[in-house]
Design a protein around this ligand. Structure first.
Ligand SMILES: [Zn+2]
Length: 98
């Protein structure tokens, strides 16, 4: 998984595999190849996929469902924080190379 701008260029012109319209900005290195997603689908469609991927055990109980959302938020914030830190480190490195 990663951002298209950070990978080695093979996916730089890849369209989103969900909508097929917009240039992808992120990807998941799946078992059968990269699954590329644009920002719009990441925000509007992937949450639907998450819910559709849950089995009825979670869906029938609001407490369990809320626990899933808590787990999702933990992963979201951990990933967002890591991305910000990596980007900041790269910016500092670029400044040092000038
Ligand atoms: Zn899309």
């Amino acid at each position: 998984m990663g951002t298209i701008e950070r990978e080695d260029g093979l996916l730089k012109d890849e369209k989103c595999h969900i909508c097929g319209e917009i240039k992808a900005t992120g990807y998941w290195a799946g078992d059968t190849g990269a699954f590329c997603v644009c920002q719009r689908c990441a925000i509007e469609t992937l949450p639907i996929l998450i819910v559709d991927s849950l089995n009825y055990y979670y869906l029938k109980d609001l407490t369990r469902l809320d626990n899933v959302l808590t787990q999702i938020k933990e992963v979201f914030w951990k990933t967002a924080f890591t991305r910000v830190m990596v980007n900041a480190r790269e910016k500092d490195k670029e400044k040092g190379e000038r």
